[in-house]
Design a protein. Sequence first.
Length: 278
Amino acid sequence: MLLSPSVGSGHAFMYAATKGQLTRAAFMAAGRARVISTARRYELGLVDRPHYAFGMLNAAREAAALGLASITAVELGVAGGNGLLAMERHAQSVQSLTGVDVRVVGFDSGAGLTASADYRDLPHLWAEGDFAMDEAALRSRLTKAELVMGDVRETAGQFLTQVSQQSPLGFAAFDLDLWSSTVGAFDIFRGAAPACLPRVWCYFDDIVATVPDVGELLAIEEFNSEDHGRRIRHPWMLRANVPFQPPWADQMFQAHLFDHPAYTQLIAPKDSRELPLH
């Protein structure tokens, strides 16, 4: 979260132009007019919450390469529910594009953020009760997604024990705001490896304009120092290889379960492993 002064429309125009967002907006309009196919819109990120779409689509592709017909995608920290609804919509498109079914699950206490005076939880940005959920209203809108209610520090690890190895965790969106909650939610990566894909795509919503000593970044650093040998890492040069070089690419990570029995299984297509003479 940034606390910045308002800027004029001229400044906003120049910023968008230099970041390629005007071009993206034009493509978005074409997508809404159905001039661009669903497959192309997903490849270019011309969809709502493209970071969710990217993670889910690439997880499904890896699952397909591993011979799996289904994956699980989770949102940890649902708040009002707009992200979970977007995840539902992406699940339908991803299934259509890859043939891989996506189980969608959201985790939340429903009561908003817990009180904290610990600097690592960024109490200068958040207050107790922020981002509370209207559970009844959200459930009335959901068509596919499941809701797991309760303290994520308890529910995440319990959930992993129930995940089928035939539909392993492939994508996790972390929007828990607090360091303490994120530390507990990482139990989703501390259990049996086959309950996850060998590499789980992750999106971290609350690392913008923070430092590694607090919040989600600190939780990641601490997880990486644990003796299980698993690591949560940001893929180098990812942003440069995503169309329009979107800022959200800097918020994408992967949880690497190096002890996963399928970690070394070849998944790259043959044509990507050839360099014929021209």
